[in-house]
Structure formats: structure tokens, C-alpha cells
Design a protein around this ligand. Sequence first.
Ligand code: ADP
Length: 186
Amino acid sequence: MKPKMLVLMGGQGVGKGTFSQMLKELHDYVHIEIGGILRSLPKDSEISRIMAKGELVPDEKILEIIKSNIPDKSDKDVILDGFPRTMQQARWLVENYAKIFDIHVIYLDVPEEVMVARIQKRIREGGGRQDDANEQTIKNRLTNFWETTVPVIKWLSTVKEIKFSDIDVTSEVNENFKRIRNALEI
Ligand code: ADP
């Protein structure tokens, strides 16, 4: 049997990080959180400047990072958190990894008002993320999600080689997690 690759997709504040942690308590996944990897890069880099504006980092850089973090020749199950976000990233993922992994895309589906409310809560609770501090940056991230990533999610839902689940995660966290576990049959 092929190892599993869970691809958590969804907009800002939908809980990709929280659900990744909860999944890791159930099973030993390799968790690849692209936003966290990018935030660990030097603060004076071009990438940090792009992130501070809420723009997308160029695909070539993202693909290079993802490639070096996905274990090769391993039977470990993987969680991808925050990737793919563009059509080029998604096509690359399917072309290179659908043969190696059983890919299951989990779309954490919430309306934009819920995303905005959750980002505001994160700011009030003092998460201290540079890209949560500026209103225009938050707007840019949300625009990128709806304009660039939602079409990617729609396309992934049509790809025959992968599984796709659209999960409403507007309830409280344990109920939402139950729905994710049901979809994953774990
Ligand atoms: P959020 O989803 O709340 O915007 P992330 O931590 O996932 O937060 O990402 C932070 C920033 O990192 C994004 O605004 C973007 O600049 C960059 N980034 C993350 N993932 C990708 C990706 N797959 N492609 C391009 N840029 C990305």
C-alpha cells in the first residue's frame, strides 16, 4: 500500500495548523507546514518582504522547499499544510507524487466572514505574526485565496487520481475534527 499524503487546504484562519497538530496526536505524520518553514528564513530576505505584504512567494522557491521536505523512498504518511496554492504548484504535485502517495485533499471550507473573525481573534490573543498586523496584508492574503487558490481547489476536486473531501468546519473545533476524521476514515 502507498503511504498517505493529506493535503489540508483552506483560507486564512480555518485551522490548518490546529487540525494538523490534532492529526499528529493520532498518527505519526511528517508535517510539512510551508508558512512556518518560510517564516524561519532570514528576516531580511526577499521572501520575508513578500510575506510581509501578503503576496505569494514564487512557485520555483516553494517547489524547491516542498521537494526537499517530502521524504523520498519512505513509507511515512505526510501532511501538507499550506501547499499547493497555485495551479502550477497543484499540477506539479499531482504529476510528481500521485504515483508515490495516496493523495487525499481535505478542503476546510468556511465563508470569508468566518476567516476574518478568526484572524481578528488570533490578533487579539496576541499571536504576533507580522502578516496579521496590517490590514492591507490580510486583505491581500484573502484575495489570493479566493482568486488564486479556490480555482486550484476546484480543479483538484476533478482530478481522478486523488481523493477529495469538502468539509464544513464552521462548528466548534472538536465537532469539526470529527468530520475530518470521518472523511479520512480514522
Ligand atoms: P496564511 O495561510 O494565514 O496566509 P501561512 O503561514 O500559510 O499563512 O502563509 C504565510 C505566507 O507565506 C503567505 O502569505 C505567503 O506569502 C507565503 N506562502 C505560504 N504558502 C505558500 C504557497 N504554497 N505558495 C506561495 N506562497 C506561500
